[in-house]
Design a protein around this ligand. Structure first.
Ligand code: GUN
Length: 289
């Protein structure tokens, strides 16, 4: 039986945001420029609206300008592209984030491809994806960046460790695999079609749940002492009515097996916005330099 320790992403993110607020203040003093983050929300998805509100509040708390653009669900692709181009040309905007998912039939890849890569604080533009994959300076997707920060804080060097990423999305799984490779991990990307998934997971010193399926990763898939990072945020029905949030990992089963684990909520989630703020300051520094 191992003693399982919690990785407190909420506290880490709070410290990071305080440090960023100091850095933003120094940047404003030095340059006279206040970094600006533009967030585009299309349609009425309630979860997206909550994220966007939190992003706006925390951007302002860090001393940066938050510019929110809300378009109706009926907006056309041309409307969204026109707005992105306007933000690309606006010198007060240093970072642009288009909240995903976009309503059908808008082509998300076409929208992402239109964002100026220098302002692409999500790191989703193919130029940033490519730069990350060849090891050049890039704006890096926020959730994967937050995961690696928590891992390095918990473990120090990640070199030589076996990392298994369950999930192959463009937002988390694929960029996280690139970042872990950059840290000299041996990386496996597993997914819903992986053969013998429990066995593959049992190899992991670092096990990442990023599939978006509630509690899919069971306790006996975890190698004793492994570090588990749970990216999933799934809303499920509670036995007595109402809903609760659970991750992709069966958290209770992991107790006594995992060495360390991130809780849901309060693990990876808060890191995403903190990393977004960091990327916005990085983008502003590069544009103003
Ligand atoms: N939707 C869910 N996660 C993300 C994210 O990291 N960025 C954007 N733009 N949309 C998302």
């Amino acid at each position: 039986m191992v003693e399982t320790r919690l990785i407190d992403g909420k506290a880490f993110a709070e410290r990071m945001r305080l440090r960023l607020a100091d850095e933003v203040a120094a940047f404003v003093t030095d340059t006279g420029v206040t970094p600006g983050l533009a967030v585009v929300l299309v349609g009425e998805d309630p979860a997206s609206a909550v994220y966007v509100r939190n992003k706006g509040r925390q951007t302002v708390e860090a001393g940066m300008n938050s510019i929110e653009h809300k378009l109706p669900a009926t907006a056309t692709q041309a409307d969204v592209l026109a707005l992105v181009r306007q933000l690309n040309d606006d010198p007060a905007v240093h970072g642009i984030l288009v909240q995903l998912p976009l309503p059908v039939p808008i082509d998300a890849q076409a929208v992402l491809a239109t964002i100026d890569p220098a302002k692409d604080v999500d790191g989703f533009h193919v130029v940033n994806v490519g730069r990350l994959s060849v090891g050049l300076d890039a704006l890096v997707p926020c959730t994967p960046l937050g995961c690696v920060m928590l891992l390095k804080d918990a473990l120090g060097s990640l070199a030589g460790l076996e990392a298994v990423v369950v999930g192959r999305s463009n937002i988390v799984g694929k960029p996280l695999a690139q970042l872990l490779l950059r840290e000299d991990c041996t990386v496996t990307i597993a997914h819903s079609r992986t053969r013998d998934l429990p066995d593959v997971c049992r190899r992991a010193d670092i096990l990442i749940g990023a599939v978006g399926r509630p509690e899919m990763i069971r306790g006996d898939w975890i190698k004793p002492g492994a570090t588990v990072i749970d990216v999933g945020i799934n809303r499920v029905e509670k036995a007595g009515g109402g809903t609760r949030l659970v991750g992709d990992v069966a958290f209770d089963e992991a107790q006594g097996i995992a060495g360390r684990i991130t809780p849901v909520p309060g693990g990876v989630g808060p890191m995403t916005i903190a990393c977004l703020l960091q990327n916005t300051l990085t983008a502003a520094r590069r544009q103003v330099a």
